[in-house]
Structure formats: C-alpha cells, structure tokens
Design a protein around this ligand. Sequence first.
Ligand SMILES: [Ca+2]
Ligand SMILES: [Ca+2]
Length: 266
Amino acid sequence: MRVANRGKFILIWLIVIIFALSVTGISLAAVLDPKTVEVAYLFDEGKGNVAKDISQNGRDGDISGAKYVKGVFGTCLDYDGNDDNLVVTGYAGIGGTDPRTTVFWFKAGDTREHSWVKWGPNLTGEKYYIRSHLRGAECNLRIEVAGGQNYGADNVCDKEWHHMAVVFPKGSDAVKDHDLYVDGKLQTKEGTDQAMDTNAKDQEVNMGDFLAHHQFMFGLFDEVAIFNVDLSKDQIEAIMDNGLQAALGVDPQGKLATSWGMIKKY
Ligand SMILES: [Ca+2]
Ligand SMILES: [Ca+2]
C-alpha cells in the first residue's frame, strides 16, 4: 500500500515538472548568446541617473530627466517629451552593413514622431534612426538612414504597451532589408530604399533625443537592448514573453551568465 502511494506521488510530481517546463515555453530555438548583446537596460534601478548595462560590456547609460515609474517588467523610464534623454556614453553603435537587432517596449504619451534609438550623423546612409512614423492620428515603427526609410503599419501610439524589434539581417545592404516586428508580428514594408553604411564613430547612441525636425520621445520606455546579430522571430518572442533578464539568463547580481541564455528555467 505504502509503495503504491509512493509510486503515485512520484508520478504526480513528474506530471507537474513536465507541465512547468512546457508552460515556460523556452525552447532551444530561442537560445541567446550573451556575447551578442552590445548593451541592455532593464531600467529596474528605480532611482538615480545611471542606467545599468547588463551586457558584458559595461556600457552604463547617462539618464537626463526621465523618471522611474512602473514598467512592463519592474520599473521603466518615463520621458516627458520636452528634453528627456539617455546617452550610452562611449558607445557609437553598429557600423557599415553589419547585422543588428534593437528591441524595446514603449507606451506612448501621445501621437508624434517619437525618437527611440539613434546613432550616426545626419548624412545619407550613415544615420541610424529608429523613430515613429506619423500616419494621421496613428504612428508606426520606422527605421531611417537619411535618404531612405522603412516603416510598418501597426499603430504603436494608442497609449498601450507595445514590444518593438528592428532587425537588420546578416548579408543585407539597404534600409528596406530590415524586418520590423510589433508585438511579435512582422510588419509590412513601406518607404524608399537606400544603401546603408552606418557611421559607428561620430555619435554616441541616444535614446530619446531627436534629429533634424523630429521630436523627443514622450512616454514610457522599458527593456531596451541592441544585439550585434539578427535575432529570429522566436528569439524576439522569447524576449517579449519572458523579459530580457530571463531571456539572457542574467543572475540576481545583474551580471549576464557566462553560459548561453535561455537554457536557464525560471
Ligand atoms: Ca524594467
Ligand atoms: Ca525634462
């Protein structure tokens, strides 16, 4: 009788463990290599003006103005739309036609040409500028390089949280080669194509400030990261669903695991 009960007990635990693994939804297809992370901010500090970089590169960000409020995961930055900005001190982004992926969460304060992430001077092909594209009372995710642009169709200025990903695939050479994702959904491509030769020397990465006649970011900004590879749809969804910290396998001290991320189960 006792032996039979014990067998039943073990069987129940096995079912519970298998169920727990299946609901985490973390698959090997979504494995992320920590070495591919150029910079990543969780914005979970809650105070101060230093955004702690959880990548292996120590690229802490200098926050000017933006305040901490509740985010998608932990806290996030609240940009006032007037002059708030973040500078990734000493880091000028990814150059040439090297592959790259930028991901972040955003909740709009209004509909405008929000400046999310940019680097490089305002010269044809050299600029790299992720901002919103105005379409009447709506706005879309847009990447532009001076002389060319590529934007999607889903509204991201409806004052709800949206996860955005801008992917420049390996072997690409022009702005319309980018794949844009909003809430994990691949966007249609509009705009004028332009060959790329991104300048990664002359201007540090800014998150919030604008170029030319565009506008400061206004709204909530969380979980931003730049990768030096083209992430897959599965990897982007894993980041969106599990958060950057879990997706990258970051330990409680805030350091990236030396092993591959996504294997770790939470
Ligand atoms: Ca956060
Ligand atoms: Ca301000």
